[in-house]
Ligand binder design. Structure first.
Ligand code: NAD
Length: 359
C-alpha cells in the first residue's frame, strides 16, 4: 500500500484532446453559453491568436497580444481594461503558461471564465494556481475561479515549439509529477497520474532524441507531449509542491531566470536532495523513467540536447546562491526532507556548475 491515508478531491474542468481540436473552440464556447471572447497571446504568438480570432468570427471581440512571463500587474491591468472595454464574456488564452497566467489574472479580478489552448507543456491550464508580479515580487495563490473551464489540447499547435523548449518544458512537466509523488496531500489517483505523466513525457523525449534535428516531429509524438502535460499539470493542480517548486519560484521571481529552463536544470538536484527522505516516490520516478535512479534518470534526460544544464548558463551569478538557499529556508514549502541551509547551498552549487546530482 503506497498511501495509507488520503483525502481526494477533484476539480471539474472539461478537456478536449486531439489533432485539429482547435476547430472545436467555437462549439465549446457555445456549449458554455459564451459569445464574446477576448483572445490572449504573447507578442510572439500574435499571428496565431489573430488566426483563431478570425476563425471565431463574431464570437471574437478582440486580441490582446501583450502577455509576458510572470504576469506583471501592469499588463494584467491593461488586459482587464481591454476585456471591460470590449464587453468580453470570457478570455481565451492561446499559448504557454505566461498567456494562460494572464487569463487567470483577468479571471481573478473580473470573474470572467478562462478557456485555455495550451501550446507548451507547462501545465497551467489544469491548475487553479495564479501568479502576479508586483514591484519585482511574484505572489502566487490558489483560487478555484481561475481554473480554466475548458482546455483544448491540439498537438498541431506544438509543431512550432522549438525542440529546446520541448525538452525544457517536458522536464517542467515531469517536475510537477515527481513532486506530486511525495506530496503530503497526494492520493492513489494523483500518484497514478504522476507516474503515467512522467512515463509518457520521458517516452516522448526519447522519441524526439532519435529524430534527425531537421525532421518534422510526428503528430503522435506531439500528442504524447500534450498527453503527458495534461497528466502532470493535473497533479500540479491537485497537490502541494515542495522544495523543487520553491527553489524555482525563488530563481524565477527574484532573478528573472526563464521558467521551463530553470525547472529542467534544477530537477535532478532537488530530487537528489529529497531522495533519502522519499524512497517510495523516487522508486516510482525511476520506474516511470525506465532507469535505476530517479535523479540520475532525469539528469540523463536533460543532457545531450545542447540546452542549458547549469544555473551558470542561465545567467545566475554564483554570489546569488546564498540568497536562494536563504529564501527556501525562510519560507519553506512542505517537503519530505527538512530544508537545511548548508545542504541546500551544496545542492545549488552543483546545479550552478552543471555537475551530476548527489544525494
Ligand atoms: P511561456 O508561456 O512564457 O512561453 C515561452 C515562449 O514560447 C513565449 O515567447 C511563447 O510565445 C513561445 N511559445 C509558446 N508556445 C509556442 C509554440 N507552440 N510555438 C512557438 N512558440 C511558442 O512559457 P511556459 O514555460 O509555458 O510558461 C512559463 C510561465 O508560466 C511562468 O510565468 C510560470 O510561472 C507560469 N506557470 C504557471 C503555472 C500555474 O499553474 N499557474 C504552471 C506552469 C507555469
Amino acid at each position: 500500500m503506497e498511501r495509507e491515508r488520503f483525502v481526494h478531491q477533484w476539480q471539474a474542468s472539461r478537456v478536449v484532446f486531439g489533432a485539429g481540436s482547435l476547430d472545436r473552440l467555437g462549439d465549446e464556447l457555445k456549449t458554455l453559453g459564451l459569445r464574446r471572447a477576448l483572445l490572449l497571446s504573447t507578442p510572439e504568438q500574435a499571428d496565431l491568436a489573430a488566426r483563431v480570432a478570425a476563425a471565431l468570427g463574431e464570437c471574437a471581440v478582440g486580441v490582446f497580444s501583450q502577455a509576458v512571463m510572470h504576469v506583471p500587474i501592469e499588463t494584467a491591468r491593461v488586459a482587464r481594461a481591454r476585456a471591460l472595454q470590449t464587453r468580453a464574456d470570457c478570455a481565451v488564452a492561446v499559448g504557454g503558461g505566461s498567456t494562460i497566467g494572464l487569463g487567470k489574472a483577468i479571471a481573478r479580478d473580473s470573474g470572467l471564465p478562462v478557456i485555455a489552448v495550451p501550446t507548451t507543456l507547462a501545465g497551467s491550464e489544469m491548475t487553479p494556481i495564479y501568479g502576479i508580479t508586483e514591484a519585482g515580487l511574484k505572489k502566487t495563490g490558489r483560487d478555484p475561479s481561475v481554473l480554466p473551464r475548458c482546455v483544448i489540447y491540439d498537438p498541431e499547435l506544438l509543431q512550432t515549439l522549438p525542440r529546446a523548449m520541448m525538452v525544457s518544458s517536458g522536464l517542467n512537466a515531469i517536475a510537477h509529477a515527481a513532486e506530486g509523488l511525495y506530496a503530503h496531500d497526494g492520493s492513489p489517483i494523483t500518484d497514478l497520474m504522476a507516474e503515467e505523466g512522467i512515463r509518457t513525457t520521458a517516452h516522448m523525449l526519447s522519441t524526439l532524441r532519435a529524430l534527425p534535428a531537421e525532421a518534422a516531429v510526428p503528430m503522435d509524438t506531439l500528442g504524447q507531449a500534450l498527453h503527458g502535460a495534461w497528466l502532470c499539470g493535473s497533479v500540479l493542480g491537485a497537490v502541494a509542491m515542495g522544495l523543487h517548486h520553491k527553489i524555482c519560484h525563488a530563481l524565477g521571481g527574484s532573478f528573472n531566470l526563464p521558467h521551463a529552463q530553470t525547472h529542467a536544470v534544477m530537477l535532478p538536484h532537488t530530487l537528489a536532495y529529497n531522495a533519502p527522505a522519499a524512497p517510495r516516490a523516487m522508486a516510482r520516478v525511476a520506474r516511470a523513467l525506465g532507469q535505476v535512479s530517479g535523479p540520475a534518470g532525469v539528469h540523463a534526460l536533460l543532457h545531450g540536447w545542447g540546452v542549458p544544464v547549469s544555473l551558470r548558463e542561465l545567467g545566475l551569478p554564483e554570489s546569488a546562491l546564498g540568497d536562494v538557499a536563504e529564501a527556501a529556508v525562510r519560507s519553506p514549502y512542505a517537503n519530505p526532507r527538512p530544508l537545511e541551509r548548508t545542504a541546500l547551498l551544496g545542492m545549488l552549487q552543483r546545479a550552478w556548475a552543471g555537475l551530476p546530482p548527489q544525494s
